[in-house]
Structure formats: C-alpha cells, structure tokens
Design a protein around this ligand. Structure first.
Ligand code: ADP
Ligand code: MG
Length: 324
C-alpha cells in the first residue's frame, strides 16, 4: 500500500508545528521521520493516523482519499486500518496479553478466527505461553512486543511507530531495533517510524526524512543522507562532520587521512586535542590552525595530546551544501 501525504500542515495557537509537507510512503518500505524534539514528528504521525486534525492538505492510501479538507473527507482512526506502536506501549493494564491483542482485532472488526489471529501474532513476537499475564508481569521489552503484536495482528496497511524504543535501556533497545525491523520486513509491512535517534534511523530505514522546526530538510536513503547531506543541519545531526571554512562544506572523519595520497589532496595543520580508543581504532579530536573548527579523525595508532599533525583531504570527499 502506498501512502501519499500532500501539503499536510498544522498550527497550534497560531504557531506552526508542521509546515505544508509532502511525503510518499512506498509499499513495503520502512520510512523514518528523524529530527530533534519538537520538530513536528509526532504531530505528522498523529495526523496520518487520524488522531489529530490537519489544518489543510490531503492524505491518500493507494487511490483512496482518507483525508481532505476540500473534499470534506476524514476517515476515522479505526477505519484507516493502520497499526500504531507508541513509546509508552499504551497497553491496557487491566487486560491480559491475550485480551490486549484481541482488543485491537475486535476494534478492527476481525471477529472471525480471533483466537488463531491472536495466537499467530503472539508467536511472531515469541510470546507464546504468556497469554494470561498482565502487562505489569512483563519486562519492558516483552510489553513492547505485545504492543507490536497488537498493532500488526490486524494486518495493517501501514504501521506507525512513535519512538517505540525510547523507554528501553540501551542493550535492549538495540536488540529490539533489530527484532522490530526484521518483523516489519518479514511481514512485508509498510512502516513509518518516528525517532530523534540518528543511529536508530540509520540502521533501520530504507528511507529517512530529516526534519527541523516543522519542515522537511532532506529525504533519502541512509547512505545518501550521510554521504551527501544537502543542508548543514543534516550534516551535523547525522554522524560526525568536519567543517571547512569559509563555505558550507564538510568532510566526514573517515575521509581525513594522515598521509598525502595524491598531489590534489588539500592539507590542513592541526593540534591533537584528545585521543579515545574506540575499539580497533582511535578517535582523535583536533584543533585546526586555520580556523576555530575542531575536527574528528580516525587513526590506527595512538598519538599524543598536543602533537602537531598534517591532515589530508581529497577534494572528491568534500560535501557541498546549498543552504545555510
Ligand atoms: P516531536 O514529536 O518532533 O518532538 P511534536 O510534533 O510533538 O514534535 O511537536 C511539534 C510542536 O508542536 C512543538 O512545538 C510542540 O510543543 C507543539 N505541539 C504539539 N502538540 C501540541 C498541542 N496539542 N498543543 C499545543 N502545542 C502542541
Ligand atoms: Mg514526538
């Protein structure tokens, strides 16, 4: 199912939370909205879900209009056939695992084969045998799996995630990241995932939509976003960036070398500020001579703080950005 969002926008008390935005969610693709807190990610997600009323614009699911101010169409939440997973899991505390998952199916009018559908959904998230437990008897990771099972049991046309892993600790978060991504892919679901965590976005997504202050700055594959950021904010928000003066140009740390490999290479003098062993290699922070800019580079041997070094950058590896 392809979801088409056209010109959707929203203000709260006269302040724009989301400027007019176009996004296409392609069938079977995992798309992530990435941006700092307050940039409008949740607002956009809630409008797609039908939980928040847009000020204008249109939403299409395949060729069916599900929201349009002009056409006076506003398909209610439960008729959009979208699954939702939130940060706080939003499980019903007084219902068992089975009842939580069944509730979603009943609400979506999947009454036939209810037991079988619940069982399948719980098996998918490896929670067989936990049917009669209550949410408080489960770990955070298990609760989030129940929330996921409930969301996907209805075989949704689109599954919406709003920072679903933020409440989990770092190790579990990484595990669940891989698990959720695999499940979404195995089921062939179309997914829209919201996060402020760039590592999560980079590792899970087919496509990333980078947002700032209610606006989409860039969209593309993780590789494109990292290797060819089109906006200085995107370059800074995702990965480490070494800025070159005076223009809006930037080089990634892995393209800073310590030996000149070609006569074309640009040379920068710098002083070592700090050395951190990060496993396999050292991450070096450097102060450039020619500007106030501090850089990051990687090296396979230890250097000494205060050491003077020459750094080389191939002009081919420099990213140029249009906007400031
Ligand atoms: P994000 O999910 O990216 O952190 P949100 O979509 O939650 O951002 O919020 C975007 C902006 O809209 C913020 O400035 C936020 O304070 C504001 N906002 C969101 N929901 C409401 C609301 N119900 N009433 C007033 N302001 C809101
Ligand atoms: Mg949010």
């Amino acid at each position: 199912m392809e979801i088409e969002i056209r010109g959707i926008h929203k203000s709260f008390q006269g302040t724009a939370a989301l400027l007019p935005t176009d996004i296409t969610l392609r069938h079977g693709q995992f798309t992530t909205l990435l941006g700092p807190s307050g940039c409008g990610k949740t607002t956009l997600l809630r409008m797609i879900a039908g939980l928040e009323q847009p000020d204008g614009g249109e939403i299409y699911a395949e060729d069916r209009c599900i929201y349009s101010v002009h056409q006076r169409v506003d398909v209610p939440v439960h008729k959009r056939n979208f699954g939702m997973v939130f940060q706080d899991f939003a499980l019903w505390p007084h219902m068992t695992v089975y009842e939580n998952v069944a509730f979603g199916l009943k609400a979506a009018k999947h009454k036939a084969d209810l037991r079988q559908k619940v069982t399948e959904a719980l098996a998918m998230v490896r929670l067989q045998g936990m049917e009669n437990r209550y949410p408080h008897q489960l770990s955070g990771g298990q609760q989030q799996r129940v929330a996921f099972a409930r969301a996907v049991a209805i075989r949704p046309a689109l599954v919406l995630f709003d920072e679903p892993l933020s409440a989990l600790d770092a190790v579990l978060r990484e595990e669940m990241r891989i698990e959720m991504m695999s499940l979404v892919k195995d089921m062939g679901l179309t997914a829209l995932y919201v996060t402020h965590d760039q590592v999560e976005a980079m590792s899970m997504s087919d496509e990333i939509v980078v947002m700032r202050k209610g606006e989409v700055l860039q969209r593309g594959t993780p590789e494109t976003i990292y290797e060819a950021p089109s906006h200085p904010f995107v370059a800074s928000f995702i990965g480490k960036s070494n800025w070159l003066t005076p223009d809006q140009t930037m080089v990634r740390p892995e393209h800073v070398t310590w030996n000149r490999s070609s006569t074309e290479d640009l040379c920068y003098q710098a002083t070592v500020l700090s050395v951190s062993y990060v496993g396999e290699r050292y991450e070096i922070r450097l102060q450039l001579d020619e500007s106030d800019n501090k850089w990051t580079a990687y090296l396979d041997k230890r250097v000494v703080i205060g050491e003077r070094v020459n750094l080389y950058v191939s002009p081919r590896c420099i990213c140029r950005m249009d906007e400031g």
